[in-house]
Design a protein around this ligand. Structure first.
Ligand SMILES: C[S@@+](CC[C@H](N)C(=O)[O-])C[C@H]1O[C@@H](n2cnc3c(N)ncnc32)[C@H](O)[C@@H]1O
Length: 366
């Protein structure tokens, strides 16, 4: 018999306090890690220190406010039933604990790469012909880029640290618009609906979608075999989180026209050159059924968050993000329209902007 997780939850206010405490702890851990690793870099690899804009106290306060707003919304949407409250507490805690020392052990090679401006330091055995050229780089100065199991095993923890424990809360912002959009197909059985997560990485978004929509058919696509292997370990276990994982290029999706009712894409666009960015949006439009919903999440941009522009400016100074500067000045709404999407809306949540768009029922590009 499947047990009801709600039975094990304390009263809503106690659970909210537990959630806030957990988030506070994650945030402190992320800040402490960054503080310590910066000090260590100053000491051991001063040449690798990036030169960044100073962040004024006022801006830090704004940032903190925006983080608290994200946390509150994350809680409210759980209470409204967009996803189970239990999802707020789920994470591969034991794996993260076991891998945390590896994050430290990996730092010196990251510093070395930054210092020597080595951005194409990839495993020898990869076949470069099966990847687009822009992909063959060490994004974030990451060891092996996206192309090894070592990189895939550290990725989630590194992202959690980078965003002070808010990465999953930011990803979850796609769930409410996705569920609203899928209501257009309410006359069909949920099990007949297909949702594709493009550039799924290690599967965090798929896991969240499965929690919110237990019966739909889920698919995830990514260019990295290693990341998909990690996603498979994370998702396809006996609790029944089954998702199909497909290796492929988001610029040429290996799916038939109009074969999905929902598509999501989280944290991909800022890592693509401008032409590839448009190709991905065009492909999502092609594969989506008329009336289907597309939910896109990525970094905030200068136009929607001008007060954070010095922070956005710092990001590619610290991490190898060759297309980020172009991305934060790009007009994504215009791109979505030029792919053929309509009803485009967008909202920012802490460091993430979420666009929702529809493929019009007549299905023709304007
Ligand atoms: C920053 S990660 C985001 C992963 C995941 N969506 C998340 O929320 O953590 C970017 C992902 O995009 C994948 N990727 C980059 N270019 C791609 C492309 N052209 N087609 C498919 N996947 C791609 C990478 O392999 C990586 O897993």
């Amino acid at each position: 018999m499947v047990s009801n997780p709600k039975r094990f939850m304390a009263s809503p206010s106690l659970t909210k306090i537990a959630y806030q405490t957990l988030q506070g702890g994650k945030s402190l851990a992320g800040l402490a890690h960054k503080e310590l690793s910066t000090k260590l870099m100053e000491l051991l690899a001063p040449d690798a220190m990036p030169v960044t804009n100073p962040i004024p106290t006022e801006l830090m306060k704004d940032l903190r406010g925006s983080m608290v707003a994200l946390e509150n919304l994350d809680w409210e949407e759980a209470e409204q039933g967009v996803y189970p409250v239990t999802q707020l507490f789920k994470a591969p805690w034991m794996e993260w604990a076991a891998r945390y020392p590896l994050v430290w052990l990996d730092l010196p090679s990251t510093w070395e790469r930054r210092k020597r401006r080595r951005t194409r330091d990839l495993p020898n055995q990869i076949d470069p012909d099966i990847y687009p050229d822009y992909y063959l780089q060490n994004f974030h100065h990451q060891t092996d880029g996206y192309l090894s199991d070592h990189s895939a095993e550290l990725y989630d923890l590194q992202v959690e640290i980078l965003f002070n424990g808010t990465a999953d809360s930011m990803r979850r912002r796609i769930l409410a618009p996705l569920k609203r959009g899928l209501k257009r197909f309410r006359h069909r059985k949920e099990a007949s609906l297909r949702v594709l997560d493009v550039a799924t990485g290690t599967g965090s978004t798929l896991k969240q979608i499965r929690g919110a929509l237990p019966d739909i058919e889920l698919l995830g696509l990514d260019l990295s075999r290693a990341y998909l292997r990690q996603a498979s370990r994370y998702l396809n276990h006996r609790d029944g989180d089954l998702a199909q994982l497909i290796r492929g290029n988001a610029e040429q999706l290996p799916f038939a026209n109009e074969s999905m009712q929902g598509i999501t894409c989280v944290f991909l666009l800022h890592e693509l050159p401008w032409r590839a960015r448009q190709n991905v949006l065009d492909e999502c439009w092609r594969v989506l059924e008329s009336g289907g919903v597309f939910v896109l999440a990525d970094s905030i941009q200068i136009s929607d968050s001008p007060k954070f522009s010095s922070l956005l400016d710092n990001f590619p100074k610290i991490f190898h993000e060759p297309y980020y500067k172009d991305y934060i000045n790009d007009d994504i709404e215009k791109r979505l329209h030029s792919s053929g999407f309509t009803g485009v809306t967008a909202q920012s949540h802490f460091m993430t902007r979420v666009w929702t768009a529809t493929k019009p029922s007549e299905g023709k590009k304007s």
